[in-house]
Design a protein around this ligand. Sequence first.
Ligand SMILES: [Zn+2]
Length: 374
Amino acid sequence: MKGGTLPLLGLATLLLSAWSARAAEWHVHKHQGRDYVTFRNVAEFYRFSDYQQANRTVSLRSDRRGVRAQADKSELYINGVRFFTHFPIVTQNNESMISAIDVGKIVEPILRPSRIDNAQKVETVILDPGHGGTDTGGSNRWGSEKEFTLHVAATAREQLLRAGFKVEMTRTADSGISLEERIEFANRIPNAVFVSIHFNSGTGGNGVESYALTPEGLPSSTGGSHHAAAAANGPETHEGNQQDAQNISLTAAVHASVLSRLSAHDRGVRHARFKVLRHIRIPAVLIEAGFMSDPVEGQRIATAQYRQQLGMAIAQGVQNYNAAVNYRTQDAGFTIVRTNLPPHSRPITEPLDVNQPLPPLAPHEPSISITPGG
Ligand SMILES: [Zn+2]
């Protein structure tokens, strides 16, 4: 898609949110032909009480939320969780700016998941243990990916059933099923979400990365995934793009929950056009829950205890997503891991430029974040 249309689409989404919800306005700046907004503007719009820019780092804080970014990087931390942005953070006139598209596609659905259009209450969770049969996936001296993913899914299933969800699995044994069959299976089930579970391989890598389908026309994030070759990178629309906002929220919720429980290295919430994500018509996430090829992490993954923790964390992430998009925050403990945020030591040096007083925030408005307690 040519440059002109997409930024406008992103901007339209933003402006719509602004007019319908708040008095704060967006002030758009052009940077290399793309629409950007300043982080100061983001702070104003989302009512962060504290805005700081020091050297190349900008941070927004309020009582329960935080956003942090660094100039020239294509990443962003929201409530301590790492997200890869579609376009780099830039600086203009000493102001850090983020693309309007990244605000619309990442910041908005993460900070205000309860406003996502058409987000359904989750009735069924479809767990998709990666690989199976002759397709073993990755392997190390302790086992193969297909066995480990099945065990993680089985643990997640137990936890989700206890929490009152229906659960379907694309496979319950060591059977070979194609990606098309998995997709077809998932698309038959209403009010469901799809969670594909994998482990990573690749030299020098460790940690957890989670993928949502790349929105139409936008660049994907590169990753350490051995599945990267299976990801098309064309700009065409996929069925899965009908729920970009749900996809990123679900992905972030699962990712944050896993990081919190397993204390793994955060390789970020990323975007890719994996085949298994492209044609899913329900919200979907693919998690690469650690590197089998890493000597330390590979050995951890090989322990039943680690996989049980992982399964429980994935289940909790789905529950957190469901609570966030349905306002049920009291049930789910959406709080912030403050240690991941920069120190909150200095006051704002300049007042925010607001035209009129803003209405108070909804008292229990949720955001996707890490749950406490590890
Ligand atoms: Zn895999």
